[in-house]
Ligand binder design. Structure first.
Ligand code: TXA
Ligand code: MG
Length: 350
């Protein structure tokens, strides 16, 4: 399959026709690539779950062309939600609202709420316009794995299973949308993402609640502790510990890819088994590069990814969140246990 050709009108028309006939289309958004199907067709929506290997109770986001479609898919919409849609759509913000009768159970996993978002990408916008309905779409990856930020990623991981893949180039933002729920009295953050929480709070004139995964019943699959994970163990540690940890891993026989952020000592490590990759020090650029870098490192050369943890500030919230979830489940254990557990998991999953 050839990529890097931006779809023309003809391709958009055939993608919309495919959606109308109940097929699946992978398409670019400003955050990550989505795997889309007609949101009003439960049979089409089922295909997404089958392709992703995603449990059917995990709800999907319905993508819409504009805020004017909110009333079609949701009801009892609070003013605050309208305000956010008006300010940030199209953009990397998903609103969780009470669903309208149009939303099938297949989309919401039987919940009474629906996730809605208007993506800010010309190809997604053209597709939504041509299709005329809502497109249910999770990220176009297998359940629990890394989200794709290029059409090539989608092709490599889901290739033959998807009806059509539209190429819109590399995603501008690179991490998924911020999810805010309006189901509770106070707006609640379910997932940090491409839109900063401070920007949302500024518009609302109030703080939003932050929900820790594991504290509440998992509503957003991205809130599962192990998620957004590359195929090889991933670990983040402080800049101070980076070199020591890299050496420790290399001496145990691991081929370590080190993602450093301006830790110059790391670049001069020059030790067998350690390769350094310099990551940007701006959070926006880091986000844009993160998944593409992790996809690239999962190529058979390395068997451990060690990242220098970014600062624990709001600005890096979404990236720190994804790193925590990408980390091996055993991260709370001691280093030795971590290695054993991860190796065991790898062995078991072969
Ligand atoms: O940036 C994004 O949001 C991308 C692009 C393709 O739009 N989509 C995406 O979809 O990340 P997905 O399914 O990989 O993650 C969406 C998250 C899931 O964790 C899902 O559980 C949550 O949104 N979600 C969807 N509907 C929900 C609902 N009604 N209540 C709570 N969480 C919901
Ligand atoms: Mg996803």
């Amino acid at each position: 399959m050839k990529f890097n050709t931006i779809p023309d009108d003809k391709e958009i028309r055939s993608a919309a026709a495919l959606l109308r006939s109940g097929g699946t289309v992978a398409f670019p958004t400003e955050t990550v690539y989505g795997l889309g199907a007609d949101a009003s067709n439960p049979f089409a929506v089922q295909k997404i779950f089958a392709i992703k290997g995603r449990p059917s109770f995990h709800p999907l986001i319905v993508h819409v062309a504009a805020g004017s479609e909110l009333t079609r898919w949701a009801k009892n919409i609070p003013d605050a939600a309208w305000q956010l849609a008006k300010t940030f759509w199209p953009g990397p913000l998903t609103l969780i609202l009470e669903r309208s009768a149009l939303v099938p159970d297949a989309v919401t996993g039987g919940q009474n709420t629906v996730g809605l978002r208007a993506p800010d990408h010309p190809v997604a916008a053209a597709l939504l316009h041509e299709f005329g309905g809502g497109i249910a779409a999770p990220s176009a990856n297998r359940f629990g794995q890394l989200s794709p930020t290029t059409a090539q990623h989608v092709h490599e991981k889901l290739g033959g299973q998807v009806g059509m893949i539209l190429d819109g180039g590399a995603c501008r933002i690179g991490v998924e949308s911020t999810i805010v729920s309006f189901v509770q009295e106070t707006p609640t953050l379910l997932r940090p993402g491409g839109l900063a929480v401070e920007a949302i709070e500024e518009v609302l004139g109030q703080k939003i609640l932050l929900v820790q995964s594991g504290v509440q019943k998992v509503r957003a699959s991205g809130m599962l502790d192990s998620h957004y994970a590359p195929g090889i163990p991933f670990e983040a540690c402080s800049g101070k510990e980076l070199i020591h940890r890299a050496r420790q891993l290399a001496s145990m026989g691991y081929r370590v890819a080190v993602l450093n952020m301006g830790n110059e000592d790391a670049e001069n490590l020059g030790m067998d088994g350690i390769t350094c990759f310099c990551m940007p020090d701006s959070s926006a650029e880091y986000a844009r590069k993160l998944y593409a870098t992790l996809h690239g490192l999962d190529c058979g050369i390395f068997n451990w990814i060690l990242a220098e943890a970014p600062p624990a500030t709001q600005e890096w919230n979404a990236i720190n969140d994804r790193m925590r979830r990408a980390s091996c489940r055993a991260v709370a254990h001691s280093s030795e246990t971590l290695i054993e557990t991860c190796s065991l998991e790898k062995t078991l999953s072969r």
